[in-house]
Ligand binder design. Structure first.
Ligand code: HEC
Ligand code: HEC
Length: 216
């Protein structure tokens, strides 16, 4: 009898959890409508749909969907290497606690922002670490010093660690590089689109060639 009551209570809890409203659209609307929305929107591209997060039903993914969309687009765990995530989460939690150094801007926004407790922050960090990007092992690629390798290093280490070419197949790389070109425009990183000797050029053909030569 008691067991049945406990099960019923559990079922009730589960359905309440399933019906809990998704806070992300509200949060997104709040930052987009803030006078600084345009700037916040450009911090990260809208590159990963919530359902495409790795292990989408895990606690880590749920926490990312809840906390990490309050000021900018959802971050992709694969953006950064393992070693970077703990520091980033620490900086972000500090911002969520209203201690960010973006003064006025964060104050406008902070009213509706929630911060994870220490345990949730740990789960979130471990989730991001588990699904992190793998940096290249430079010692294995002597041709990183060649022309194509140089173009790759110049372009692809601006926002995250220089990626491991074995992350993708030769077929996949052109699509990933095309998305990165869009990320570069979105995030306002300076890359020359017209030949100009004074500016680093984005040599897409060379970069894709390098990645495909060493692909998975
Ligand atoms: C209170 C607002 C706020 C919340 C919530 C927030 N961020 Fe940020 N985030 C920022 C601001 C502001 C920047 C740009 C300045 C900076 O990098 O600190 C940023 C930048 C970033 C960047 C790009 C900079 C880099 O180091 O690559 C990543 C990645 C990031 N946030 C991840 C996260 C994650 C993961 C979460 C959830 C744990 C999160 N953010 C939640 C405000 C926030
Ligand atoms: C302007 C910043 C920026 C630059 C420069 C950049 N990236 Fe990225 N990269 C991102 C962001 C943001 C993400 C996470 C969102 C996404 O996956 O698009 C990411 C994620 C990745 C990932 C992990 C996701 C996946 O699909 O495997 C790889 C690999 C990657 N980048 C490769 C590259 C390569 C190769 C270049 C050079 C052509 C490059 N990046 C240049 C911003 C950048």
């Amino acid at each position: 009898m008691r067991r049945r009551a406990a099960l019923a209570a559990l079922a009730l809890f589960a359905s309440a959890a399933a019906a809990a409203p998704d806070p992300a659209p509200d949060a997104r609307q709040r930052w987009q409508e803030s006078p600084h929305g345009a700037m916040l929107e450009r911090i990260l591209p809208d590159a990963i749909a919530p359902a495409k997060l790795p292990q989408p039903a895990s606690r880590g993914a749920r926490l990312a969907r809840r906390y990490c969309v309050q000021c900018h687009n959802l971050p992709n765990p694969a953006m950064h290497e393992r070693a970077k995530w703990a520091g980033i989460v620490e900086r972000m939690v500090w911002r969520m606690q209203g201690r960010g150094n973006m003064g006025e801007l964060m104050q406008d926004l902070m009213a509706g922002v929630a911060a994870p407790d220490a345990e949730d922050a740990r789960v979130l960090t471990r989730y991001l670490e588990r699904n992190a990007q793998q940096g290249i092992d430079a010692a294995r690629y002597p041709d990183l010093d060649g022309d194509a390798g140089k173009s790759f290093r110049l372009a692809c280490a601006q926002c995250h660690v220089l990626p491991d070419p074995r992350r993708h197949t030769a077929q996949e790389w052109p699509g990933v590089v095309a998305r990165m070109q869009r990320n570069m425009q979105w995030m306002n990183r300076v890359v020359g689109s017209r030949p100009d000797a004074r500016e680093p050029q984005l040599r897409v053909t060379e970069i894709v060639g390098f990645l495909q030569r060493h692909a998975r």
